[in-house]
Design a protein around this ligand. Structure first.
Ligand code: 4NP
Length: 146
């Protein structure tokens, strides 16, 4: 399974989702690839936001070495599942889909719930961490239980 976590900036939410999913995948002994990207390009080349780095560290996950990159159409070919954080990300990514197969790979990380953007409200980093952690657990369960 190859999973790409996507948000707007790729510095707050999707780096957390990448790090948390990689952590859980390792704990479960799964051979999955997990990466992240942003639909915007403002922060390309930067490390994740310190709020995300700090909350992840608090829970034993190191995301400090990640580097921001922008989502590209090639990602539809390189990944099986594209998990977006909110409905705005969803429409941004779907607008780049070339066909129904591309579009079918894209969904919200959480079922019918958006992961709020902590960029403008720094009290949200920990709630976002916990939401993303649960979302990752559910995705692993969905794809490993028969
Ligand atoms: P993210 O948060 O999408 O969770 O990485 C944001 C980070 C930066 C910006 C917006 C959202 N920005 O406008 O620079």
């Amino acid at each position: 399974m190859k999973i790409l976590m996507i948000c707007l900036g790729n510095i707050c939410r999707s780096p957390l989702a990448e790090g948390i999913m990689q952590h859980q995948v390792k704990q479960q002994g799964l051979d999955w690839t997990v990466d992240s990207a942003g639909t915007g390009n403002w922060h390309v080349g930067e490390p994740p936001h310190y709020g995300s780095v700090n909350v992840a560290r608090k829970f034993g996950v190191d995301i400090s070495t990640q580097v921001c990159r922008q989502f590209s159409v090639d990602d539809f070919d390189d990944f099986d599942l594209l998990l977006v954080m909110d409905r705005s990300n969803l429409s941004n990514v779907l607008s780049l889909a070339r066909n129904k197969q591309d579009a079918a790979k894209v969904r919200l990380l959480l079922n019918n719930q958006e992961v709020p953007d902590p960029y403008f409200d720094h009290t949200q980093f920990e709630p976002v961490y916990l939401m993303v952690e649960q979302g990752c657990k559910d995705i692993i369960k969905e794809h490993t239980s028969r």
